[in-house]
Design a protein around this ligand. Structure first.
Ligand SMILES: Cc1ncc(C[n+]2csc(CCOP(=O)(O)OP(=O)(O)O)c2C)c(N)n1
Length: 586
């Protein structure tokens, strides 16, 4: 454990003289952190904060969401698209509980956000006061850190520490719970001193002796695979990864969260691995003798049955978070370091070993022959149709019409997997999805947050007809603040992913997955003032997509797709690559 010193800007003299109240100190600290946007929803416990926010509206823009879950997902989308810390502000009690899904989602996907929650006055805490919940207790297991601010003098240091913790090392959500009397009380405020606090994540450069051992293992391996995840995106390691992969012709298998961290169309890319991964990626991992795991956590959606995952492989695990290493699979070599620094160190070490590199490249040829055969044998494919729109072809058309450049945000379900499979990504932060938590309702608000962060990009939210009905109320936020997201509904009339499992593993007992009674999504879009258009036949698809994508404002494209399409390949839960079902149905 090391000690870290954090230097923060002092609070201006003017504030010291005026004895500002907590709410003003909070806003000032947020301004110092560079916050320009807050997604939030007011209530009794945060009235002082909203009062100050109004006064500070030329420095911080507040985006009034329509449900607190939306606020946190917007903060996540903003953070994931920009690499900055997203901020959400909600009231006590129901505000905090509504925010919980987003907080848990950010925790699972290592997204840096700060969530400020109001709390009942300190004297009422523990009395079951109106709108009281134990926010610190409720969020404990799904935050990187949380605070209950009991004294206004602690407020500014806590805010700065919260931002530091949210973005540092493995990023994640930090909650600051502020009782109403703390935001109201004034303090004579002296200059902030440096803050020192213990820190478990290392910022040291990667251990050179471990780098050497890892380089040796990589150079000696006959069937290595780079298994890379969201850590590549978070640490800005995409370029370094590409250099290393090309240096040794290493096959790259990204996780769902790692998509975009390595170009999907690159000849070394095997595309996604895991439950709905490609045959080649899953077979390569199954047959590999060395897994170079970077910024990943051996999630069960990747490993299936852990005991039989990559059974013959040695594992090098590189991660900034020591808690991640060895959690699910004991590594042979572990390197606790930032992904980018570690990859660059490996590259430099390998550069010095010319003859071993040549030898390694020779052995790689045989491995690639095997991999290419798998790719030829079982490419990603689907059966086309003349009278029904196939969901996979929707993604292919979207890719073509956006020149592969759109920032894609998805909800959760079959459409999410088809987007991951059929939209080749060319850059980091081009793909935003709810991976670890799999939270339906993520897509629309996250896309709105991403659009705010990247006004220069075309942002497309791909959602199912189920997920659309969870958070479509946030479309009015996109309208109100002129954030022209495009929403593509893959409308199959079912909770498709659940229906697929019921078809495959529950003898087609379709229990409570029928969504044929749904609102008219085109009219609903129009009710929000957005463009609403629909495609029901294959010949309408490209026109509808082209019209929706080129619309200047918010557009909702309701694409009615074949109802009982399945996502393949699929490795049944708890199985392994040998149980993979690749079959396509006609
Ligand atoms: C909040 C939440 N509730 C339930 C689930 C379980 N779940 C996973 S996928 C899915 C179906 C999604 O249906 P839809 O949004 O229509 O997308 P599709 O699978 O049809 O593409 C459900 C219910 C979930 N992931 N999140």
């Amino acid at each position: 454990m090391s000690s870290q010193t954090l230097t923060v800007d002092p609070v201006p003299r003017s504030l010291v003289q005026q004895r500002p109240r907590g709410a003003e100190i909070l806003i000032q600290a947020l301004v110092h952190e560079g916050v320009e946007s807050i997604f939030g929803y007011p209530g009794g416990a945060v009235l002082h904060i909203y009062d100050e926010l109004w006064r500070a509206r030329d420095r911080i823009t507040h985006y009034l969401v329509r449900h607190e879950q939306g606020a946190v997902h917007m903060a996540e989308g903003y953070a994931r698209a920009s690499g900055r810390v997203g901020v959400a502000l909600v009231t006590s009690g129901p505000g905090a509980t509504n925010a919980l899904t987003g907080i848990a989602n950010a925790y699972m996907d290592s997204t840096p956000i700060v969530v400020i929650t109001g709390q009942v006055p300190t004297r009422l805490i523990g009395t079951d006061a109106f709108q009281e919940v134990d926010t610190v207790g409720i969020t404990r297991s799904c935050v990187k850190h949380n605070y209950l601010v009991r004294d206004v003098r602690d407020l500014a240091p806590i805010v700065h520490e919260a931002f530091y913790l949210a973005r540092r090392g493995r990023p994640g959500p930090v909650v600051i719970d502020i009782p109403k009397d703390v935001s109201a009380s004034q303090t004579s405020y002296s200059r902030l001193k440096n803050i020192t606090f213990p820190c478990i994540e290392t910022s040291l450069p990667p251990d050179p002796s471990v780098v050497q051992t890892a380089a040796t293992a990589i150079l000696k391996a006959e069937r290595p695979v780079l298994y890379v995840g969201g850590g590549i995106v978070n640490s800005g390691a995409a370029h370094a990864l590409r250099v290393l992969a090309e240096q040794l012709k290493l096959p790259v298998a990204p996780t769902l969260m790692g998509l975009g961290g390595f170009p999907s169309a690159h000849s070394l890319c095997l595309n996604m691995l895991g439950m709905h991964g490609t045959y080649a990626a899953n077979m390569a991992v199954a047959e590999s003798d060395l897994l170079i795991a970077i910024g990943v956590r051996f999630d069960d959606r990747v490993t299936g049955k852990l005991a039989t995952f990559a059974p013959n492989a040695k594992v090098i695990h590189i991660d900034i978070d020591p808690a991640n290493v060895g959690k699910n699979r004991a590594p042979d070599i572990s390197l606790i370091a930032d992904a980018r620094g570690a990859i660059e160190a490996l590259h430099a070490e390998i550069l010095m070993r010319e003859s071993e590199t040549l030898q390694s490249l020779k052995t790689r040829e045989r491995w690639w022959t095997t991999i290419r055969a798998w790719q030829r044998e079982q490419p990603l494919r689907f059966t086309g149709s003349r009278n029904q729109i196939k969901p996979q072809s929707v993604v292919r058309s979207l890719h073509r019409l956006t020149n592969g450049n759109a920032l894609i945000v998805t909800d959760v379900g079959q459409h999410q997997m088809w987007a991951a499979q059929f939209y080749p990504f060319s850059r980091a932060r081009q793909w935003i999805t709810s991976g670890g938590l799999g939270a339906m309702g993520f897509g629309i608000p996250a896309a709105i947050g991403a659009q705010l962060a990247r006004r220069d990009q075309l942002v497309v939210a791909i959602v199912g007809d189920g997920g659309f009905q969870m958070t479509n109320q946030e479309l009015i936020v996109a309208m109100q603040y002129d954030l022209p997201v495009k929403v593509l509904i893959m409308n199959n009339g079912y909770l498709g992913m659940v229906r697929q499992w019921q078809e495959m593993f529950y003898e087609r007992t379709y229990s409570e997955v029928d969504l044929s009674v749904s609102p008219d999504f085109v009219k609903l879009a129009e009710a929000y003032g957005a463009l609403g258009i629909r495609a029901t036949k294959p010949e309408e698809l490209e026109d509808v997509l082209a019209k929706g994508l080129s619309h200047h404002g918010v557009a909702v494209m309701d694409v009615v797709v074949s109802k009982e399409e399945n996502v393949f390949p699929i490795v049944p839960a708890g199985g392994n690559s040998r149980d993979m079902i690749v079959g396509i149905r006609n």
